[in-house]
Design a protein around this ligand. Structure first.
Ligand code: HEM
Length: 428
């Protein structure tokens, strides 16, 4: 029998340590070591169920595309300590999930739910809302330009713009946007002392889960009211598609429709905020690159793709092995839990030459920031479109940018990116 490859305890600890994700340098070094020495190996971390850690690009892709063997539903899709897993199971009467959305579903349920909104998220339909997005982008740049040549781009521009877009799409009134921002940051940045509900460092897994459950309850209450409104007063919007959608001829139950809204609302802004701020971080470090893209807008799509790779806003997702299998010759058993480390895949030197370099001209750029297979990001065309429109507006109206202080990444193992990006800029 072959021995099970295991990760050295000090490296394994990094994989679940939000502080290491905030440090980034330490995170990239950890992943480089894992890709080289133990690309498919088990992390045994005190307080956690053991899980496989998958760090090479090719293995992450292969697993992501094999949705019959590697499942989303049986266990939590974001890494969590055992206590938190047990607490959720207790709270949810046996289910491992606080929220039930596309991300927590497998076939045959998943494709039925995904089909409801799939067309809405395709480029042909997005064209119909492009002018709304541009108006929101213009006002984001108006706000930036009103700030006298300095701003915190992450907080003042990147955090709010995708939020406005997604809320407009869902028909949430502007007065409720601060609440949505707060709830999303609590859900995704729950480990960061600047972002979690109690603004506290070192909270216990149980406390973190309790806070998360309160956040989910707030989301559910909000979105159940929104769904009721759209059933009574249907409009031509995404919220109505979800509220009035049917699965096997039956209306979507309240819990699932609230989950649908929650995934669109949450997946749709912190992620795009992170890649938007990441793009600006790269440009502020490299004025020549800024000038080049300003002069030649055909470089913009490449810049956006590279920002999405370089930032990797969604840093991991978990899967559960559905039937005995192997990955790169390493045997796995049904029920095993595994982590797809997108950051590592996006910095895999066998696919991306000089991976730490930001290169707007990188071609090909086969990043896996949007995942792959049946769960590949539903909003990827929207995310790219939002970034393209914002940078078109910005490049028209700003002549140069530079860093005005040290940017900081958020301390989160799940969705992460720049949380502060002090910038000095010269308006055109
Ligand atoms: C799923 C990344 C923007 C909606 C995902 C997944 C990733 C991801 C990694 C899981 C893929 C997998 O399991 O294979 C990102 C990144 C974004 C972004 C990096 C921005 C740069 C958006 C936007 C929306 C959105 C703007 C919608 C408004 C979703 C939904 C899913 C998803 C609904 C679940 C799909 C499913 O399970 O079938 N995203 N996303 N995302 N994303 Fe995004």
């Amino acid at each position: 029998m072959t021995a099970i490859p295991k990760i050295a305890p000090e490296l394994a600890a990094h994989i679940v340590d939000p502080v290491v994700y905030g440090n980034w340098r330490a995170l990239l070094d950890t992943f480089a070591t894992l890709r080289r020495d133990s690309p498919v190996a088990v992390a045994e971390i005190p307080g956690y169920r053991p899980f496989w850690v998958i760090t090479r690009h090719a293995d992450i892709l292969k697993i992501s595309k094999d949705n019959a063997t590697f499942l989303n539903n049986p266990a939590t899709v974001v890494v969590a300590p055992l206590m938190a897993e047990m607490f959720v199971a207790h709270l949810m009467k046996g289910s491992p999930h606080l929220v039930k959305s596309l991300v927590q579903m497998d076939a045959p349920e998943h494709p039925k739910y995904r089909r409801l909104t799939q067309d809405w998220f395709m480029p042909a339909n997005l064209k119909t809302i492009e002018s709304n997005i541009r108006a929101i982008a213009k006002s984001a740049i108006d706000k930036m330009l009103s700030m006298d040549g300095t701003c915190d781009f992450a907080r003042d521009v990147a955090a709010m713009y995708p939020l406005h877009v997604v809320m407009e799409l869902l028909g949430v009134p502007e007065s409720d946007e601060p609440l949505m921002l707060k709830l999303t940051q609590e859900l995704f940045g729950g480990q960061d002392p600047d972002l979690n509900r109690m603004r506290a460092a070192n909270i216990s897994p149980q406390e973190a889960t309790e806070l998360m459950a309160q956040t989910v309850a707030d989301f559910n209450a909000y979105f159940e009211a929104l769904a009721q409104d759209r059933r009574a007063n249907p409009r031509n919007d995404l919220a109505t598609i979800i509220a009035t959608g049917t699965i096997d001829g039956m209306p979507i139950p309240d819990y699932e429709s609230a989950g649908y809204y929650t995934i669109v609302a949450t997946a749709g802004h912190d992620t795009t905020s992170a890649s938007t701020a990441g793009a600006m971080w790269a440009l502020a470090q490299d004025p020549a690159q800024f000038a080049k893209v300003k002069a030649d807008r055909s470089l913009l799509p490449g810049l956006i793709e590279e920002a999405i790779r370089w930032t990797t806003p969604v840093q991991h997702f978990m899967r559960t092995v559905g039937a005995d299998t192997e990955v790169s010759g390493v045997p796995m058993k049904a029920g095993d839990w595994l982590m797809l480390c997108y950051v590592s895949g996006n910095y895999d030197e066998s696919v991306f030459p000089d991976p730490e370099r930001f290169d707007a001209g990188r071609s090909p750029n086969r990043h896996i920031s949007f995942g792959s297979g049946a769960h590949q990001c539903l909003g990827l065309h929207l995310a790219r479109l939002e970034m393209k429109i914002l940078f078109e507006e910005l490049l028209d109206r700003v002549d140069s940018v530079e860093l005005a202080g040290e940017p900081k990444r958020s301390q989160s193992t799940f969705v992460g990116g720049p949380k502060t990006l002090p910038l000095r800029f010269v308006a055109a």
